[in-house]
Design a protein around this ligand. Structure first.
Ligand SMILES: CC(=O)N[C@H](C=O)[C@@H](O)[C@H](O)[C@H](O)COP(=O)(O)O
Length: 228
């Protein structure tokens, strides 16, 4: 029931990822909650945030909250262990986003063991942040509820496309039955529409909506090239 209800609410819609990085001026849970509230006014149907304080700061918003906890210097850093995932759920996430790759995890658990441990702890849905088709197939077999393309271009298995990895979305849609959230380098409304057309249930946009330093650099670099 909870699965169906949450998936129905996400269908065809825009999740906005509100994240500021260590040392950045906007890295403050209140600021991220304000950015999230503004995104809802614009039509977001879901919010994705990083860190336990940020999750708590948006947990009462009237939309599904995708929570994650980036931690550590290892390759696997998005909600890297079962303990991180439980904490994300306890902070109020409706959907716990975890590393969904086939790489070794810092706590030595497999993805299937991690998913089982989260299920035993919470009824939150589980989103596997994948970097390839093989990841998505394995994540579905491990029991993940949602397959994300979040890590495409960041694990060495897929090229870092200029824009979303539409090919990967199509490949996952062909092979897997779990819903797909297209995430990563969706920079324009056309990109978002193309991701849905390729087979995604919903799209998640971060940088292009909520990261002013990067957006500013796109404009500034274009002007610098014009005047070079
Ligand atoms: C690879 C990684 O660490 N991705 C992170 C996952 O939460 C975020 O830094 C991204 O901003 C997010 O996935 C949204 O993607 P984009 O910002 O490209 O719209």
């Amino acid at each position: 029931m909870r699965f169906t209800d949450t998936i129905d609410r996400l269908r065809g819609g825009l999740i906005v990822s509100c994240q500021a990085y260590p040392g950045e001026a906007m890295r403050d849970p209140r600021t991220m909650a304000q950015v999230a509230a503004a995104a809802l006014v614009g039509g977001a149907i879901g919010i994705r945030v990083q860190g336990l304080d940020d999750i708590r700061a948006v947990a009462e918003l009237p939309v599904p909250v995708v929570g994650l906890w980036k931690d550590g210097d290892a390759d696997v850093f998005i909600t890297p262990t079962l303990e991180h995932a439980k904490a994300v759920a306890d902070a109020g996430a409706d959907i716990v986003a975890i590393d969904g790759t086939r790489r070794p995890r810092p706590d030595g658990r497999t993805l299937a063991e991690t998913v089982a441990g989260i299920r035993a702890h919470t009824d939150a849905l589980i989103m596997a942040d994948c970097g390839s088709l093989d990841d998505a197939v394995a994540a579905e077999a491990a029991g993940a509820d949602i397959l994300g393309t979040t890590l495409s271009g960041y694990t060495g298995e897929r090229p870092k496309t200029d824009g979303p990895d539409l090919e990967l979305i199509g490949l996952i849609a062909e092979r897997c039955t779990r819903p797909i959230v297209a995430e990563g380098r969706i920079h324009t409304p056309d990109h978002a529409a193309a991701a849905i057309a390729a087979g995604a249930l919903a799209v998640c946009v971060g940088t292009a909506i909520t990261h002013p330093a990067t957006i500013t650099s796109w404009f500034a670099d274009a002007l610098a090239r014009t005047h070079a």
